[in-house]
Design a protein around this ligand. Structure first.
Ligand code: ZN
Length: 236
């Protein structure tokens, strides 16, 4: 912890790369985590339901899952989100790169957030392109429909869809040019996390994750603890 405190105190070019573990302390479970409910409530695994093909063929079942599992309206930013926003405000943190789609970094006040997998807060009509916020999805009984009759689709990267090129290149830029890279709440096993980390060229790579990851040896500093607990202990 002292080493982390020193790294943060002495840098004005920190980048944070976060995964699902960043939001679990806000009560948002990793949808990939083993959940017996899937077996009883859904005929397909989450990776199948959250795929492009499934959305196109069966939007009703997609949205049944999406409403129940992907939208967490009560979730609030936790200590990790709040500390990262404070670090940005203090001019120390340059960007947050996240695999999460919940918008909690922005809710905490972060400005420079690159959402690799999109966001539940942005949605577009597939027919006319009209923008909708989360309430349009949330207020729909099942499939949200635009006034033009088109189906509204979340700007969330589904399995079988490519990542947004601009978001990826900005993320690569931030990682390539940062001084301290803090990776938190991800096992780095999910595409494209591990690939992006390789762009880091410095020697201040910090890995914070509750459990051991296959990349721990790759880090200059490794802390096996909850990300919110670790970051909240940092003083500015
Ligand atoms: Zn429309």
């Amino acid at each position: 912890m002292d080493t982390l405190q020193d790294l943060i105190a002495n840098s004005h070019n920190i980048v944070f790369f976060g995964g699902a573990g960043t939001s679990t302390e806000s009560g948002i479970p990793d949808f990939r985590s083993v959940d017996g409910l899937y077996n009883t409530q859904y005929e397909y695994p989450p990776e199948t339901i959250l795929s492009h093909d499934f959305f196109m063929k069966n939007p009703k079942e997609f949205y049944r899952f999406y409403h129940q599992k992907m939208i967490h309206k009560q979730a609030k930013p936790n200590a990790a989100h709040i500390k990262l926003a404070e670090l940005e405000k203090a001019g120390k943190l340059k960007a947050v790169i996240t695999q999460n789609i919940d918008g909690l970094h922005q809710a905490a006040g972060s400005q420079n957030v690159w959402e690799l997998h999109g966001s539940i807060h942005r949605n577009h009509c597939m027919k006319c392109g009209k923008f909708f916020d989360l309430s349009a999805i949330d207020n729909a009984d099942n499939i949200p429909i635009c006034s033009c009759g088109g189906i509204i689709k979340p700007d969330v990267v589904l399995y079988g869809e490519g990542l947004d090129n601009a978001v990826v290149s900005r993320s690569i830029d931030a990682i390539t040019n940062c001084d301290v890279l803090i990776v938190g709440g991800t096992s780095l096993s999910v595409y494209p996390a591990a690939g992006l980390i390789r762009y880091y060229q410095g020697n201040k790579l910090v890995l914070i994750n509750k459990s051991v990851t296959p990349y721990d040896h790759y880090a200059n500093l490794c802390i096996n603890d909850a990300i919110g607990q670790v970051l909240s202990a940092i003083t500015l």
